[in-house]
Design a protein around this ligand. Structure first.
Ligand code: AHR
Length: 680
């Protein structure tokens, strides 16, 4: 075991006196393993209304009338009929508004949005519709944004109209400006009663989307992604990649091209949890693979798409016949090869041309491809083999990510790793939604989960595939969610990821988004309603690491652990350094050393860090996850900034004849602080 491992690997409980301090030595001149630029990233899945009703800024639900119940999300009145010979082959339904025959009896449709539509009084909204007048001539269409929830004299928040003319289908667009902010608006579209009008793909977007794109993303949510400085972006799932059955798996080719012609798919999260049932939760694919790649480019994250290996969800399908047989895999393999061409191929290639026609002639420069999500055992290993061979043969530069299954330990997990080694996968995607004991690596955690806590990766084989911690979050025992304490333990765990940057290439918390009225899974990184959002404490932990990941690991060791004695209470179940967890990196771009220290003990701790190789007085910039309340505190829509990182500074002292630089600090109980010291 090397000295570095000794530091935080030793499961030693130490006790500090009130005056005692914990000494660490940081080798500031010994530049260690590189930290991968992809290290801290994001994992996006359309769960919890993350896409439709969330990041994807479309406000109309079931805009093409393709839901199994074609009027889901709509109220209709007057003479409204559904027809199925519309202009978009894969979304054939549309509605016909015919004159009712009575002056004030309007034929009208009204959309409820996703839990209503959030509109802001100072913003513009772009309404669009494909329409025609089947009998020829022209007809006026009225568009109202309404508040029919509160008792107002006039329900209208804003309105506009368009003149539809001719028998041909055309796209009509107009802008609506609501006169006030309202979270639960509806969109009403009605004819003036003089002519029959056909309507298809009824859409409403804020004009102010992220980067101003028409088929765009919600500004505040996309900005939160950008702000984290993610190194990698894994998409589109998760379980939705596999599908409950193969027919409902995520098929990327259905998610590109004109949005009007992207076919609807079910979303398994609408029914997976019977206690959180959302029968109106489908995937419009308005946010599809082109938009995902574009987002990665915008937020400067490496794209990491996940594709099906020909297995439907193994949890839901025990029968081998539910999956593609070995001789039926070619279309799935082609999906992988074609995706690489779509992302990276020249404009002259078949799929590169599709990308260019969508407005992005330059390649997206995709480097990673994951094949399969949470798959296990022989059905997976045998199927993955021909995928690996085909991708290696045509695109040897692409890094292939395999999976070790849904568990973070156990027989299947071991078998998965063994198989990935044999197949020479570049990375293995591990998932762990575990409680506090796992993240802290307590005796209880080690007994239950085996290799866990910040020490987890210390013992990994350095010769095999790299690690991708692709889905993880601390799920508080006793069903506590997104509160300060569990996020702090995630930070403690992440120091172990960072120390092991030579083997861990990327890590992504999961899930990413949740609508407060429509979640199926928690905790989540970012919560939102129709108008507001907040970043969870875990978000800030991720951000503190991601923005300060540095370029190389530095060796940080503890001194005299056993000599420290005193009255302070060790926290039950915690071991190693009195609940102190730490890691350090050097940033060659900024010439700074960055030290992250997490105190998971319920007492304050004095730390002295000898910055070996540095001398003279220096100023350390600090960033502290500011919190002085209960461990159960969390950020909320009402108090979004209750817990967040706060900047400060600290003067390092000098000691001895050589004026050696020492960073001395007292860490509050249950705290996370990082320090940056310039080496110039
Ligand atoms: O993140 C939620 C789900 O957890 C993912 O879809 C799946 O991969 C895992 O089981």
């Amino acid at each position: 075991m090397n000295k570095r491992l000794f530091l935080f690997s030793l499961a030693v409980t130490t006790i500090l006196t009130a005056s005692a301090h914990f000494v660490m030595n940081l080798q500031t001149k010994k530049i260690g393993s590189a930290v991968s630029p992809t290290m801290y990233g994001l994992f996006f899945e359309d769960i919890n209304y993350a896409a439709d009703g969330g990041l994807y800024a479309e406000l109309v639900k079931n805009r093409s009338f393709e839901f199994p119940n074609p009027f889901t999300g709509w109220d209709i009145s007057g003479k409204v009929t559904l027809r199925d010979d519309g202009p978009f082959e894969r979304n054939p339904h549309y509605v016909r508004l015919a004159p009712s025959g009575h002056r004030d009896k309007h034929s009208m449709i009204e959309n409820h949005g996703f839990f209503g539509m959030g509109v802001k009084g100072d913003e513009e909204y772009r309404f669009s519709v494909w329409a025609r007048v089947p009998d020829g001539g022209s007809a006026k269409l009225w568009i109202d944004l309404v508040d029919n929830a509160t008792m107002r004299d006039d329900q209208k928040l804003g309105n506009a109209s368009v003149e539809v003319s001719g028998k041909e289908w055309k796209k009509y667009t107009t802008i609506i400006k609501p006169d006030r902010t309202f979270a639960k608006a509806h969109l009403r579209v009605w004819g003036d009663g003089n002519a029959t009008t056909d309507l298809e793909h009824v859409s409403l977007f804020p004009v102010n989307t992220y980067k101003g794109r028409e088929n765009g993303l919600r500004q505040d949510l996309a900005k939160a992604l950008e702000d984290i400085h993610p190194g990698v972006f894994r998409f589109p799932g998760g379980c939705i990649v596999e599908g409950t059955d193969l027919a409902t798996r995520y098929q990327w080719k259905n998610t590109i091209g004109p949005v009007e012609n992207r076919p609807l798919n079910e979303n398994r999260w609408h029914y997976t949890f019977t206690h959180r049932y959302y029968p109106d939760y489908f995937q419009s694919y308005g946010l599809g693979f082109f938009e995902f790649f574009q987002l990665c480019e915008d937020i400067k994250a490496e794209p990491l798409p996940v594709l099906s290996v020909g297995l439907a969800c193994q949890f839901q399908n025990q029968d081998e016949r539910a999956h593609a047989a070995m001789d039926e895999l070619q279309p799935f393999i082609d999906d992988c090869l074609d995706l690489i061409e779509f992302a990276n191929g020249p404009e002259t290639s078949k799929w590169g041309k599709v990308r260019a026609d969508m407005g992005h002639p330059a390649p997206f420069n995709m480097k990673y491809l994951a094949i399969g999500n949470e798959q296990w055992d022989t059905p997976y290993f045998s199927r993955l083999k021909p995928f690996v061979e085909a991708v290696r043969a045509r695109y040897p530069e692409i890094k292939i990510v395999g999976t070790s299954g849904p568990d973070s330990e156990g027989k299947m997990f071991e078998k998965g790793w063994e198989a990935m080694r044999e197949l020479k996968a570049d990375l293995v995607d591990e998932h762990f939604y575990r409680n506090e004991s796992f993240f802290l690596g307590t005796a209880e955690g080690r007994q239950r989960y085996g290799n866990c806590g910040a020490l987890r990766y210390d013992s990994y084989d350095r010769k095999g595939p790299k690690v991708f911690a692709g889905e993880y979050a601390c799920h508080g025992a006793g069903k506590k969610w997104n509160h300060y304490e569990t996020s702090l333990y995630e930070a403690a765990f992440m120091t172990g990821i960072e120390r092991n940057a030579d083997i861990v290439e990327m890590a992504t918390y999961a899930p990413l988004f949740a609508h407060v009225e429509g979640w199926q899974w928690r905790p989540d990184l970012i919560w939102f309603d129709n108008l507001r959002m907040f970043r969870s404490v875990s978000y800030y932990v991720q951000q503190m690491f991601a923005k300060n990941k540095g370029t190389n690991v530095l060796t940080l060791t503890a001194e005299n652990i056993k000599k420290l004695k005193g009255p302070s209470e060790p926290v039950a179940g915690q071991e190693g350094m009195n609940g102190l967890f730490a890691s350090s990196v050097f940033d060659s771009q900024t010439n700074e050393i960055i030290i992250k220290v997490v105190n998971t003990s319920k007492t304050a701790q004095d730390i002295h860090i000898n910055l070996l190789g540095m001398s003279g007085e220096r100023l350390a910039e600090t960033l502290t996850l500011q919190h002085d309340g209960s461990m159960d505190d969390e950020n909320t829509l009402e108090q979004p900034f209750r817990i967040q990182p706060v900047s400060g500074s600290l003067k390092c002292v000098t000691e001895g004849k050589k004026q050696a630089t020492v960073l001395k600090d007292q860490l509050p109980p249950m705290s996370f602080r990082l320090y940056k010291v310039s080496v110039k």
